[in-house]
Design a protein around this ligand. Structure first.
Ligand code: ADP
Length: 430
């Protein structure tokens, strides 16, 4: 099943003409309603008449998170408050949160792209969704809720946390689909194992996981621990929330479709913003083609991936690779760029290790060092442990090009997700 077959399989040529028409409408709307864009384009000497198609987008300046902060809370809204129907905000762990708004039509688009995503992940009308994304200012909970309702699912609005209760609901309410962060899916799988629950007997068959970067290592663990097909959902509140892109359950590991009739993606060089060709990794940038209350032009997400078309896919929309990390969270250790997902990916080769880990960054003398704390599945002999550490260090150095220390700890010693996103990096540098 494809939720919106006409749009999701639209031939590229037609998709482009739809995007071009929507882009021109968007730019005119913004010029009339958002002084920030009026000023930004004027200063950059942009002649809007010359932006005729998405191919011309590169002539426009970027919108960055700092611009959102400068116009906190509502300065970039393109609709009067009387037409805004919902307000969300990012967690804002550093500084003020980023505030976003939705018109009625924006909420309908949000529902539509989440419904497309759920179907792509394996969900069908009539199924039940265990929604363990946080409800509240975070877009995850309400975003998945709206899309599942539109699809015709029964939503169980569990929200994040209270793990014991999650387990009871997964067993007794018999949802066929669940959604949460990948790190929380690991927690749930582990808890079931501790309780000796045979997860093969649960109704749940599909897990839709997102809101943080994850790799095949975590997919393997979640799929075997919960007996599900786990797929990736990506999104960010600035663009809409979850449902900007979604991986197809029959095309696992081949990237996530970006619903590009609404969100036009570009990938640019993180150093100078130059557009990069398809298949090349860089910063993902989005233009929201249809949003009314809070549209953004060339929004610099900081997320690192590549985009490409997959001619063997059932859907025509462009795909993005799994996010490697955020460019503003990339570690630079002795001149080598490091994302935690690169370390996570190496664990797949080590059956004895769990995907629970932490990277501890410290300054020793005037050198930065990374220690990888990771857990073993069961108690191992000291000799085996030491052999395993050596092998892991070798593999990390071979794959990433950086010497890192390794400490294999006993199972359960590394922090787990208690409901939401999990930070894998502890930076102790001054
Ligand atoms: P907050 O800012 O409160 O964390 P958001 O949901 O807006 O809330 O966070 C969006 C960010 O989360 C994205 O820019 C990206 O870095 C990360 N993210 C979301 N989904 C995924 C995913 N599937 N894979 C990797 N990273 C993701």
């Amino acid at each position: 099943m494809i939720y919106n077959s006409e749009i999701e399989t639209l031939k590229l040529e037609k998709l482009r003409s739809l995007q071009n028409q929507r882009l021109r409408d968007l730019l005119l709307r913004l010029q009339q309603t958002v002084p920030f864009y009026q000023k930004q384009w004027e200063q950059a000497g942009v002649d809007l008449a010359r932006i005729k198609s998405v191919e011309d987008l590169h002539k426009l300046p970027f919108t960055k998170k700092s611009h959102l902060r400068d116009h906190y809370p509502y300065g970039l809204f393109a609709k009067p408050m009387a037409e805004v129907r919902r307000i969300h905000a990012s967690s804002g762990t550093t500084g003020k949160p980023t505030v976003v708004g939705y018109s009625q039509n924006d909420l309908e688009i949000f529902d539509e792209v989440v419904a497309r995503s759920l179907v792509c992940a394996g969900a069908r009308p009539g199924m039940k969704l265990h929604n363990a994304y946080g409800y509240g200012l975070f877009t995850g909970g309400l975003g998945m809720h709206g899309g599942a309702t539109k699809l015709g699912m029964a939503v169980i609005p569990v929200s994040g946390g209270m793990t014991e209760r999650q387990l009871t609901i997964l067993q007794d309410f018999e949802p066929e689909v669940m959604c949460c962060t990948p790190s929380y899916a690991l927690t749930l799988g582990e808890k079931f194992k501790e309780l000796g629950v045979d997860t093969a007997s649960l109704a749940v068959k599909y897990a839709v996981l997102g809101a943080e970067p994850w790799t095949e290592t975590v997919r393997q663990e979640v799929e075997s621990a919960l007996h599900v097909d786990a797929t990736n959902i990506y999104g960010l509140s600035e663009i809409i929330g979850p449902g900007v892109s979604q991986e197809e359950v029959d095309e696992k590991g081949r990237g996530s479709h970006i619903w590009e009739d609404h969100f036009f993606p570009e990938v640019v060089d993180p150093r100078n913003g130059e557009p990069l060709p398809h298949g090349t990794e860089g910063v993902l940038v989005f233009t929201t083609l249809t949003k009314e209350a809070f549209p953004l032009v060339r929004y610099w997400t900081n997320d690192i991936c590549s985009i490409y078309y997959d001619p063997d896919s059932r859907r025509s929309h462009v795909k993005m690779s799994a996010i490697k990390g955020r460019s503003d969270e990339m570690l630079i250790i002795r001149g080598v760029n490091l994302f935690h997902t690169q370390v996570e990916a190496v664990f797949t080769e080590f059956q004895e290790l769990t995907p629970n880990y932490q990277l501890v960054v410290a300054r020793e003398g005037n050198m930065d060092q990374v220690k990888v704390l990771v857990e073993c599945q069961q108690d191992l002999q000291p000799r085996t442990l030491s052999y395993l550490s050596q092998q892991l260090m070798k593999r990390l150095k071979g794959n990433i090009g950086l010497s890192m220390k390794v400490e294999i700890q006993e199972s359960g010693s590394i922090p787990r997700s208690v409901g939401g996103k999990l930070s894998r990096i502890v930076d102790t540098r001054p």
